[in-house]
Design a protein around this ligand. Sequence first.
Ligand code: C5P
Length: 214
Amino acid sequence: MNKIKCLVTAGPTREYFDPVRFISNPSSGKTGWHIAAAARNIGWDVSMVIGPSQLPKLDGVQTFPVTSAQEMLEACRPIFRQSHILIMSAAVSDVRPKYPLPQKAKKADIDLHPELERTPDILKILSSEKENQILVGFAAETENVIESAKKKLADKNLDCIVANAVGIENCGFASDYNKIDMILKRGEIVDFKAARKDVLARRLVDFLAARFFA
Ligand code: C5P
């Protein structure tokens, strides 16, 4: 078989109100970064679309830095078409200001009730455009983790989803540790246990390689 082409998204997105103020979340990009590294290490051809992050460049991974959800969608689209698998681990901001300002608002002029709108659901859009790609989503939740993840798996028509408990101390966002379960389309659940993010990334990629590309 030719090299598996894998698209990984990582990090948060930023949705600006004006040039110095934005909506975002505490994602560090580590989960996606480690997944991209693990996929490269098993010989996959990896592209990574990554939101604002402090992480170093990954040798051997084609990296596309973006800022907003809209930019992430536009960067992913052409790569997705050429990919065998999409691993959507980015923590995409759910909302954005509807009317971002071109100049910094003076403090006294800040709109205290800015109108917001939803960002594009990148995974759902790519899922609706998919041909034969395997789609892997993430569900970061503080409660009802498995149930919410199952709902997203069905709603976004995914092959599997990684349920990620972000409510546990020292796990999830910005931490080096995480606790994940993999939920598959037909309801099977695989517990990947709590571990360092680089270890979990290897477990995840090995699992995907064995399940979908063996
Ligand atoms: O809908 P929800 O944000 O809970 O679903 C999480 C999954 O959807 C993650 O894989 C995330 O990367 C993706 N997502 C997306 N575009 C959004 C919001 C989430 O692709 N606007």
